[in-house]
Ligand binder design. Structure first.
Ligand SMILES: [Zn+2]
Length: 435
């Protein structure tokens, strides 16, 4: 980083490959890692530079170029470089020529279907240290392109089919993100009704609330004892342990939330593909109401109270988008979501919403819908009409389904739960509620 800042100050403009060349040509004592790990460091740094530049040109004036030195980085190995499986069947990671290797047991790593992914299919490998859990973990990625849904933006060059003979049909899934319900998905069913799936985030909020309480209590106790004392050490360890535990549970919660959303998007695709005439390919478009930036600067503006500010800053929105895009194999588009929670989907009349139900105050309309679904339906309308809210009219029908992401269950617990749900007659899709 010092080198790049030096170049900038001298009026030069190094590019991505210049940074890579500089890092990989450092003397071995300055670079105690494998050449491909060094390359990954350089490219990650450059990604951060480009993100900051994009954010700036998007109008985020507070976006800064990377400036803080890092005390920690995961050890990254690119596909096929710097690591191998030894003849004894161990996993060996290189730290560069002339250095001792890190030798680990070979991980038995399975895909989503439960089948073993052999080492030949592994992509990037990361060795990470979790300071909270005080443990090492190995993160291995692998490619499964056959899993991706046909995307509207990538495969068809962003062209929307307008002619009647087109063999491509675009189906939009709109997503409304929120704190109470992390993801609300909406699409138009083949029969014309809007179908809304609300993924509930109660368990995620419970994990965060529990962690915030424990951490606050321990911090208060820490502030009353002497730095470096035995009690101080014990309390710090307890705080880290609580944070590590909450982190693991939140990771599980996020994965379950996005797995539910992925399943729903795939079901929408299958439904429309089954209805489409022969020879027509259904492609998917996922559009999210743009709330980027809401969680920032809440302190200066003081528009919301302290606990809401905390909720906003701990919102997993970006993680959910990233995971859903990855799982469904689709690119996610953003759309300006102004007024989508206030406008009536049927007549377009606006009002402030209080309580759990949205009731239109336009007397000739009187449309009613559960509040959770309004944003999703409106974002869908925006996406399908190039960013304008076209009222759907009095014939609008909306079906709402609730899904719950429940973290912290073992596979057996989950199976048993599924069994009970099926016996009770509301498996998988959740309860149907009509507006
Ligand atoms: Zn209305």
């Amino acid at each position: 980083m010092a080198w790049v800042w030096g170049e900038w100050r001298a009026g030069r403009h190094p590019g991505r490959e210049d940074v890579r060349r500089f890092v990989t040509s450092l003397a071995p004592e300055e670079r105690p890692v494998h050449a491909h790990t060094a390359q990954a460091v350089a490219y990650d740094f450059w990604d951060a530079v480009e993100t900051a530049r994009t954010n700036r040109s998007d109008g985020m004036s507070r976006a800064r170029l990377p400036w803080r030195g890092k005390k920690y980085r995961p050890l990254v190995f690119t596909r096929n470089y710097g690591w191998r499986v030894t003849p004894e069947g161990r996993h060996s990671l290189s730290l560069g020529r002339g250095r001792a290797r890190i030798v680990l047991p070979l991980p038995a790593f399975t895909d989503r279907g439960g089948a073993l992914v052999e080492a030949a299919r592994w992509g990037e490998i990361k060795l990470c240290w979790s300071s909270n859990a005080r443990a090492w973990s190995l993160h291995i990625s692998y490619r499964c392109p056959e899993d991706a849904l046909p995307g509207f933006a990538q495969d068809w060059g962003g062209e929307r089919a307008t002619d009647g003979q087109s063999s491509v049909r675009v189906v939009t899934v709109a997503i409304d993100e929120g704190i109470i319900n992390p993801l609300t998905l909406a699409h138009q069913a083949p029969d014309g009704a809007r179908e809304v799936m609300v993924i509930n985030g109660r368990s995620g909020r419970a994990i965060k609330r529990g962690r915030n309480k424990t951490v606050a209590k321990l911090s208060a106790m820490l502030s009353r004892c002497k730095n470096g004392s035995r009690r101080h050490r014990r309390l710090t360890a307890a705080k880290r342990k609580a944070q590590g535990k909450a982190e693991a549970r939140l990771r599980d919660f996020n994965h379950q939330t996005t797995a539910k959303a992925n399943k729903a998007v795939r079901a929408v695709h299958a439904l429309h593909q089954a209805e489409a005439p022969d020879g027509v390919t259904v492609t998917m478009r996922v559009v999210v109401g743009d709330v980027r930036g809401i969680e920032q600067r809440t302190n200066q503006r003081r528009r919301v109270n302290r606990s809401t500010r905390q909720q906003l800053s701990q919102w997993e929105r970006g993680i959910h988008e990233h995971q859903l895009a990855y799982k469904a194999g689709l690119k996610i588009e953003h759309i300006n979501e102004t007024y989508t929670s206030q406008a009536c989907p049927a007549c377009g009349h606006r009002r402030k919403v209080r309580g759990r139900w949205y009731a239109c105050t336009n007397e000739t309309c009187g449309f009613r819908l559960h509040r959770d679904a309004v944003g999703g339906v409106n974002i869908l309308t925006l996406a399908d009409n190039d960013g304008t809210l076209v009222p759907a009219g009095p014939d609008l029908r909306v079906r709402v389904t609730y899904l719950r992401a429940q973290p912290g269950w073992s596979p057996l617990q989950r199976e048993l739960h599924g069994h009970h749900q099926r016996t009770l007659g509301h498996a998988g899709s959740g309860r149907q509620r009509s507006p």
